[in-house]
Design a protein around this ligand. Structure first.
Ligand code: ZN
Length: 178
């Protein structure tokens, strides 16, 4: 497990004043809830984010995350790979947002009682929010269709070999012979 390039819990205001910016990867071992929500997280999460004070004086975090995960397709039951991408722009200055009357337009993150910010779990939350409610292959995916065709073929074949349909045909013959 590689080390994290940032602290799991940080001082949001201080990092914003310092214009702290990060371009790093997050080992999946640090993201237990994401691992739990997927079959597999296939690669470390690429993370780029920065803290800054925006033009209205609000302490802000902005960035994006990307990784590849696998899910079970709820249509065909096969495992498939999906890229999860999240982008975010959030502030911790709820009071200032309210005084500017933009609290509905900005995403406000909560700080802990002691004023610290759970950076790692915030990033994990951003990825969790990108997980689709229903996980399936893309519409029209070949892999998903192959299974449909296979099942269709099986049904066609089983009709021919069905002993009951042969019995029904025999009964029909006997009727005609009477
Ligand atoms: Zn599928």
């Amino acid at each position: 497990m590689s080390n994290l390039a940032f602290s799991q819990v940080v001082n949001f205001d201080k990092l914003a004043e310092q214009n702290a910016s990060y371009s790093t990867t997050i080992d999946t071992e640090y993201l237990p809830r994401l691992k739990e929500a997927c079959v597999k997280v296939l690669e470390p999460v690429k993370a780029q984010f920065k803290f800054y004070v925006d033009l209205q004086g609000m302490n802000t975090i902005e960035g994006n995350l990307e990784t590849k995960v696998s899910f079970i397709c709820q249509r065909c039951g096969k495992e498939y790979t999906q890229t999860l991408k999240a982008s975010f722009l959030s502030t911790c200055d709820e009071e200032k947002a309210k005084s500017l009357q933009i609290e509905d337009k900005v995403d406000v993150v909560e700080l802990n009682e002691d004023g610290t910010f759970n950076l790692l779990s915030f990033l994990e939350d951003c990825l969790l929010l990108e997980i689709p409610f229903i996980t399936t292959h893309e519409e029209g995916s070949k892999e998903c269709q192959e299974v449909d065709n296979l099942e269709f073929g099986k049904i066609e074949k089983s009709k021919e070999d069905n002993p009951f349909s042969q019995l029904a045909a025999l009964k029909e013959q006997l009727k005609q012979n009477k």
